[in-house]
Structure formats: C-alpha cells, structure tokens
Write a protein that binds this ligand. Structure first.
Ligand SMILES: Nc1ncnc2c1ncn2[C@@H]1O[C@H](COP(=O)(O)OP(=O)(O)OP(=O)(O)O)[C@@H](O)[C@H]1O
Length: 285
C-alpha cells in the first residue's frame, strides 16, 4: 500500500505545466464529445468507455494483471467497433463541428428576398395541401446538401415561385417523386432522395415521405416541409423534430423566424470572431 502511495506522490510531483495543459485540452475534448452525444444512443456507451478509461490505470497500479489485460484489449477493439456502429452519429458530430467552424454561405441575407421566397413556398404548400398533393420541400441553410442532390436529383436552378413548386409535385410527372431543394432564392434540384430516419418513436401511420423529412433534419440544419398526400396535413421537420398540422400563416411565421435567427447567429459569431481577432492583434502590438 505504501508503495502505491509513493508511486502516486512521485507521479504527481513529476507533473509539468505542459502535462496540465494536455490534461485540460483532453478534458475539454471529452466534455464537448459528451455534450454532442447527450440524449443520443451513444451517451451510455460513452459513459462506459469513460469508466473503462478510469479503470485501466487503477488496475495497472493495483497490479490486477488479468483485469488490466482485458480492459486494455477492450479499448482497442472497442474503438473500431464504435466507429462502425456509430458512423451516423460521428458523421453528424463532424458536420456540426464543420458548421460552426466555417462561415455559412447559403443563408438569405436580405429580408425582402427572404419574405418573398417564404411567401412563394407557403402559397404553394397551401395549394398542395388543399389538393392533397404529396410534397417534400427542403430549404437549405448552412449544411451543404450537395451529396443529397447528387443522389438522383435533377438540377433545376430556377427562381422560387409557387407555380413552379406546385407543378413539380403534380402526380405522374417526372420530378414529383422525392424532395425539391431550395438554396437561397433558387429551386436548386428536384427528385432528390433523402436519408430515412431510424427513429422508432415516430407515429406508425407516417410513411417514408415523413421519415425522409425527419431523416434529413437529423443530419442537417435544413428546414423540411411535408405535405401529406393522404390527408393534406402540413408538417415541418427541424433538428430531428417533426411538428404537424401547420396552416399557411403559422408555417410562414415559423420559417421566417428560424431563418432570421440562424442568420443573426451567423452575424454574431462572425462579429465575435473579428472582435477576438482585433483584441489579439492589439495585445501583440
Ligand atoms: N428517401 C426518400 N427521399 C425523398 N422522398 C421520398 C423518400 N422516400 C419516399 N419519398 C417520397 O414519399 C413518397 C411515398 O410516400 P409515403 O406514402 O410512403 O409516405 P407518407 O409519409 O405516408 O406520406 P403521405 O401522407 O403523403 O402518404 C414517394 O413516392 C416519394 O415521393
């Protein structure tokens, strides 16, 4: 016991300033990773890994050779298995980091243009709902959806008008199947295949159109509007949540609000970055 105590005291007395910085950086990364995984199925697994990480040095210090051997091997094999099992979560986390690290390019800056685009979209949605024409409309924000578009999508690059949107979804026309994607004030592509959600708690009556909307909202910050072919119900999927029973005005207000908020967040973060940069330069001069 005295040996162990001596070893701990010796190790602590050998800690340098760089080791402290190292520990702080690693702790910060672990904290951020935990925050990203919170409330996902990876959370419990992450806790398990932390426990194993904590037990490895303890088993080493206490000379529990068998336990130490098993735990260290578990970590090596475990890391590989985690990458395979949690590929969607890891991808989402990396996209999230990428999104906050780089400037957003697909946000409508001008309020008049934003209002016009959303008015055209919501007018179309109202008419599609009245005629019970199934539709899936994606409004891109900062997550680039190029990969989704290249999945069978047909590039249109046309001005957003309610007439064109309604026309796209007319049954038995070539582009009515799949999603239509709007980038800025342009209808970028139609007939796009979206990723389906794995969420098992979604209403069993909802089919693949709604599942596709929810799936994309889990993987991006896009706003996805669904018009049900069966009931004409208007739904909106945002950030992994599907909200149903919108009318035109409610939909218009919420879309404008979310898009303006996203833009303010961007302006703020750019301002903050510039301010920090100026402060650093001043300090150095
Ligand atoms: N992965 C996908 N990406 C884009 N669109 C899809 C995808 N899967 C299905 N769809 C669209 O949804 C249509 C099928 O809708 P389905 O009836 O299964 O969905 P639903 O959620 O019950 O909607 P509705 O209430 O309109 O019937 C397809 O014809 C296609 O246009």
């Amino acid at each position: 016991m005295l040996d162990i105590l001596n070893m701990i005291i010796h190790s602590i007395s050998n800690i340098s300033l760089w080791s402290v910085v190292d520990i702080l950086v690693v702790s910060y990364i672990f904290y951020k990773a935990y925050m990203l995984m919170r409330e996902t199925r990876a959370e419990q697994l992450f806790r398990g890994i932390l426990l194993i990480f904590a037990l490895i040095p303890i088993s080493y210090i206490l000379k529990l050779d068998m336990l130490y051997f098993i735990l260290s091997k578990t970590i090596t094999i475990g890391v590989l298995s985690i990458i395979i099992i949690f590929q969607p979560e890891i991808r989402r986390a990396l996209e999230h980091i990428g999104r906050s690290a780089f400037d957003d390019v697909h946000l409508i800056e001008d309020d008049k243009i934003l209002e016009r685009v959303i008015t055209e979209v919501t007018n179309a949605v109202e008419n599609l709902s009245e005629t019970k024409t199934g539709a899936l409309i994606v409004i891109e924000q900062s997550t680039r959806l190029g990969e989704v578009i290249s999945n069978n999508g047909t590039i249109l690059d046309a001005k957003v008008t309610s007439g064109l949107l309604e026309n796209i979804f007319v049954v038995n026309t070539p582009l009515h199947d799949g999603a239509t994607i709007i980038r800025n004030d342009r209808i970028l592509a139609s007939g796009c295949v979206l990723p389906l959600t794995n969420n098992t708690s979604i209403n069993k009556k909802l089919g693949t159109r709604h599942r596709a909307a929810l799936g994309l909202s889990e993987n991006s910050d896009a706003l996805i509007i669904v018009v049900s072919e069966e009931t004409g119900t208007i739904s909106l999927a945002v950030n992994g949540r599907l909200t149903r029973n919108f009318d035109k005005d409610k939909l218009k207000n919420i879309l404008i609000k979310i898009m303006q908020k996203r833009r303010e967040k961007k302006v703020k973060s750019v301002e903050e970055r510039v301010k920090t940069w100026i402060k650093t330069v001043r300090r150095k001069v």
